[in-house]
Structures are given as structure tokens and as C-alpha cells.
Design a protein around this ligand. Sequence first.
Ligand code: GLU
Length: 449
Amino acid sequence: MSHAGHAGAAGDSRHSDKSPRVANRAKPARLAEMSNFDIVNHYFDLAADRIDVPEDLRAVLRSAYREVQVQIPLRQADGKVHVYSGYRVQHNGARGPYKGGVRFHPEVDLDEVRALASLMTWKTAIVGVPFGGAKGGINCPVDDLSKAELQKITRSFMDKIEKVLGPTRDIPAPDVNTNAQVMAWMMDEYGKLHGHTPAIVTGKPISLGGSYGREAATGRGLIYLFREAAPALGLAPSESRVVIQGFGNVGGWAGRIVQGLGAKVIGVSDAHGAVHSEAGIACDELHEHLRAGGKLAEFRGVDVITADELIALECEVFIPAALGGMIHGANAESMNCRMILEGANSPTTPAADALLHDKGVTIVPDVLANAGGVVVSYFEWVQNLQHFRWDEREVNDKLGTIMRRSYREVSARASEQAVSLRIAAYELGIERVMEAAKARGYIEDGPEG
Ligand code: GLU
């Protein structure tokens, strides 16, 4: 499983059977200033206040439609039975089938999954793909499990939640510490009960109906947005220094793609530590190095730094691509960047958000920035339903069109209303969900309606 641990972000991280089971000595600081749930609700409330969402409707939009919690017992190598909890939260389905990833992480709990499910509702609405929002997770210690154990856990999870899933009901995908292999097991298990159903999950291996471009999609989407947002800040991608917190699927791809534009990646971290090189870190080589079981700190030509030093590096673009809450009230002041591209889900606490806003840092928020993953998941689902396959170029072009259009819509609203990109994005997302709910007759339109 991913030994980048915290480096999975909004997309899937990679499997590697060679697990450097080292202790997490240099674990990046994650302050328990606020839970993901409180972070997401705080931003939701700010936007809902501004667009006058009525109190009763707000209560509906804040809570989830359905929450499933299941028990996943597993007899492990120590001979004992360990019991894990699996969750699937379906937040809102007004705009279409529920959609969202499944993460494996020991800290997963119901509140976190709830928060992440609601983020998916806003995210799919902001980029205009016809899905609602959901999220799943299992609180298992991925780094300590064998591949066979992970397969058992995944199949057992699918057996217990399949009743609420379906290609027109709820479609899971990869997230932190899950990947194409995990999706293949999920699809296979679902298929035993329902017949071969590729559209039941997205982010599958290419050999099983996965889409070209899906694995890189979240990272690629981030960089499309960087290109779109850069001119307003007077930034040129080819002259930019980039720092990446979390070198899993999202961070790794974002680094490789941004380097292709001539940018220099000068700092990188994973769950085990952080490194710096003013001359630039070759992300392609670093990716290969980590995949072969190498450690970040042992990569050639880099200086080992602390997680706090990484946050404070002077750069043009900082990409948080790890877990939530990593940019908080105690470290935001030290940041030295012009733009933050949120590859992770809810990486920035409200205290940090306000502080960075005062410092003049532009934050491209998670619900917009990391939506590339779910956009290409949508493409994968469409291809599966049509039994057809697009080539990678077509996928990337279509992704670019959607990301650019979404950025323009959000930034136009932000300038018109003089609000942050985050608040503008939430407003747009909430309005679209309300519009769909109204059209379905779930919301009363008032006497004249
Ligand atoms: N886990 C990703 C996210 O947080 C992708 C979800 C999907 O493709 O459904 O956006």
C-alpha cells in the first residue's frame, strides 16, 4: 500500500509492495485546531449566510442523506481478529448519483467522512458534472497490512455496502491510500453479486475499463488551474518555484506536470520527512526512487529539512497534497508563497485561511482545485456506460476545458462579489444544488413558485 501515508490527497496513492516500515519521526505537523468536519461546515456557513440559504434548508444541506457504518473483522498475521470500521456517507444526491472516493487511514472516522462527502457535493456542482457527493473510508492501519489483507478488507467492505451502491446510485473511487488495484477488487466483488459492472467504481486499472488519464487527473487538473490563475498574479509557470507537501498520487503528478512547463519544484515532503533543493528536484526521478522503495531523504542532491521549514520555503506556489488541516493557525504566518493550490481536501483551517488572505496569498480552494479527479471519474463512468474508450489526449483536453471554465466562473464571481475564490466556489456549488433540489420539487418555491 502507499507508504507515502499522508501523501494520498484527493486522489489515489500508489501501491508498493516494498514497504519501508520506518517510524514516522519527521511526521509533518497536523494541528488538531479544528476537525475536517468543523472546517468544511465553517466555509459552508460563510457562503450560506451570504446567499441567504433559509435555516431549514441549511439543516438539510449540512447533514447527510444516508450514513452507513459497517464492521470489518480481519484475522491478521498475529493470529488475532482485529475489527475495523467501514463508512459510506451519501451527502446529497440532488444533482445525480452519489460520487466520491474511499480512503484507508487509521484516523478515518464518521465525522471526517461526513465532511469529505459534503465537499464532494459542492465539488461536483462547482465543476458541473452530474453527480451528488459521497465519501467512504476504513480506519485500517494500511502501512501494517499485507496486500492479501487489504484485498480481504476491501471485498468485505464492498459486500457490506453494495446495497446502497450502483452505477446510477453511488459510484466509489480512489482517495488517500487507495488506488486502481483497490477499485479492481471492489468492482470484482460487486460483479459477483450483480454481474460484470464496470461503471460501479471509477479509477479502475486500464485493463478493466479504467480511463486513460484518470490516475494523473487530479494533479493535471491542479496545474490547469495554476496556468489559468497565474496571469492575474503576474506569475509565469516557467519561472515559478513550487513546493509540494505530500508526494502521493496528486502531489507526484502535479510535480511532474508542472516541471514539464519549466517550473522548478524546490521542496517536497511525504509522511516521513521533507527535502529542499533550490536547484530543483527532478520529480520524475523522485517518483521512480520512491516507487523502488527509496526514502525521500536519500534522494540525490537534496537537503533534509523539517516539515515546518518546508511550509516556510519562499516560493511562488505551495501545493498541499496531504491530509486535511495541515495549514493552520500556528504555521500559516510563516508561509512565503503567492498562491496555494489545494490538492488535498480541507488542508487549510479557517484561521489559516484568514491569515493568508490578509497576507495577500491567493488560495485556489480544494472544491475547485482538486476536482480534476472526479471530472475524469465522470469521463470514465460515461465511457463505461457507452462501452467505449477515449484516448488520453481527448480525456486531457476535455479535462482542461472543464477546469478552465470552472475557474473562470468562480473567479468572475469572486471579483464581482469581492469575496475569496473559496467563498465564491461554495456559493456557486450551493446554488446549483439548491436549483436541482428545487426542480425536483424537494424545496418549496414560495407562494408564487
Ligand atoms: N477522491 C477524489 C476526490 O476527493 C476523487 C473522487 C472521485 O473520483 O469520485 O475528489
